[in-house]
Design a protein. Structure first.
Length: 466
């Protein structure tokens, strides 16, 4: 075998998975068909749950330094400010949830940070490696490329986007709907005449054109421009085309757009792959689910796919866990992807505001076959839930969780010794957890909860732990 895991695609999904595998000592090769990382700002919103994931992956400091909070929207009419629009319902950080609101980082910068972390851990990305053929047998996967030698791996992961070539090679269908037939232009621009303290919104006029929104991109000198067009229109992606849109829909002159750094057009859609696995190949990120960008769920759901799959691959390849553990990836992630697709579509259509649900802190796996809640009277946090932050026995829990291990947390009872897990000493009762023993998975969810440690041994055996 050339490698344990072949990761196809160096977007946020593939890079996050590469990081998670590298820190587990799993040999992984990340390949990318393009010549470089994606250059645009497209997925710029990082939700609080993904901030927690980035905390664990060791990039939270760089992410916070590179970005900033979302600005308040200001609405323009005829060259005058006529009102404000708050994109998100407010939320306050707490001991349980230190990251309360979305954090803005342009996607290209997020990817740079993730790549730097991957390289720090000894990994890398092989660019200009386009997968054109894929075969597999009981022992592994063989990938053929448009140029260069083939690669064999124990497992492969398709993280190569909504037009995934790997998904097509596998013959996995993707069903969905067009969320909005209107073409939408997205561009990263340099622009003068607008402040960087507000998200500038220009509502549709009476000429049939759609809205224009210009958002300062935190940590940069750029703005992200979004313009909607009537159905049947082909947006002009050139500098002159962008200038015409700005001049027609705002009070700014064409020359206010001084530079065009990246541009793309799309029609918002929602789609879900029929399966997230075919033999030894898994689908993750946009290869498995495509979202409208309105809800800020696409990149975040994708990174959390990688976070779920990474520890399971590590358990099978390094810890002796049964290969059947990998079946739970689709079991756990496909229902969540379906729910997030419904949510992002509802946000796009103005049926739901961006708030508690879009922050993704309430997502969990209570119905998963990996979840075991054995307490007679569970507290607020149950097996399958995200494990909140806080302090138990003088230890900050997120500090204890950080890393590729499991964590055994005991509240009001004795903490068991678990091989391959960090042990948090017995602590005082906490309202958010209730009392008992909580075995926290490597991805920060409670896998097993009990009044005492009795029954934990059988659960641990599934993962190569004792």
């Amino acid at each position: 075998m050339d490698t344990d895991v072949l990761v196809v695609g160096a977007g946020p999904t593939g890079l996050a998975l590469g990081i998670d595998l590298a820190r587990r000592g799993v040999a992984a090769l990340v390949v990318e068909r393009a010549e470089a990382l994606f250059p645009g700002s497209r997925g710029k919103g990082i939700q609080p749950r993904t901030m927690e994931v980035f905390d664990d992956l060791g990039v939270i400091g760089a992410i916070r330094a590179a970005g900033g909070p979302y600005p308040v929207g200001t609405i323009w009419q005829d060259g005058r400010r006529t009102g404000e629009h708050r994109m998100f319902d407010p939320a306050d950080a707490s001991e349980d949830s230190p990251y309360a609101e979305p954090w803005m980082v342009p996607q290209w910068r997020t990817q740079e940070i993730l790549l730097a972390r991957l390289e720090e851990l000894g990994g890398s990305v092989a660019f200009r490696r386009e997968v054109v053929g894929l075969t597999q047998d009981a022992d592994g996967v063989r990938a053929e490329f448009a140029s260069g030698e083939p690669v064999t791996a124990r497992y492969a992961v398709a993280a190569d986007g909504g037009r995934s070539s790997v998904r097509r090679l596998l013959g996995i269908g993707m069903r969905g709907e067009t969320v909005d037939p209107s073409p939408t232009l997205v561009a990263d621009v340099r622009i003068s005449g607008l402040d960087r303290d507000n998200w500038h919104i220009f509502p549709p006029g009476g000429d049939g054109d759609g809205f224009l929104a210009i958002c300062p991109l935190a940590g940069t000198e750029d703005f992200q421009l979004v313009a909607q067009f009537p159905d049947g229109t082909a947006p002009d992606l050139s500098l002159e085309g962008v200038r015409k849109v700005v001049a027609a829909r705002s009070h700014l002159a064409p020359e206010a757009v001084t530079e065009l750094r990246w541009a793309s057009d799309f029609r918002p859609r929602a789609a879900l792959a029929a399966r997230f696995r075919s033999g030894r190949v898994f689908l993750a990120g946009d290869a498995a689910h495509v979202h409208s960008p309105a809800g800020g769920q696409g990149l975040n759901t994708s990174v959390q796919d990688a976070y779920n799959l990474g520890w399971k691959l590590g358990a099978v390849l390094r810890d002796g866990a049964a290969e059947a553990l990998l079946d739970t990836y689709e079991e756990e992630r496909r229902p969540i992807a379906a729910d997030m697709l419904e949510l992002s579509t509802s946000v796009h259509r103005g049926e739901v505001r961006r708030g508690e649900a879009t922050r993704q802190l309430g997502l969990g796996y209570r119905k998963s076959s990996l979840t075991a809640e054995t307490r007679e009277a569970p507290g607020v946090v149950r097996a399958g839930d995200r494990a909140p932050d806080g302090v138990v026995g003088g230890v900050r829990l997120f500090d204890a969780f950080r890393g590729p291990h499991w964590t055994a947390v005991a509240v009001d009872v004795e903490a068991p010794e678990v091989s391959g897990a960090v042990r948090v000493a017995r602590g005082e009762s906490r309202e958010s957890y209730g009392s008992g023993v909580f075995l926290v998975r490597p991805d920060g969810y409670v896998g097993w909860a009990g009044d005492q440690a009795a029954g934990l041994k059988d659960y641990l055996a599934r993962f190569g732990l004792r």
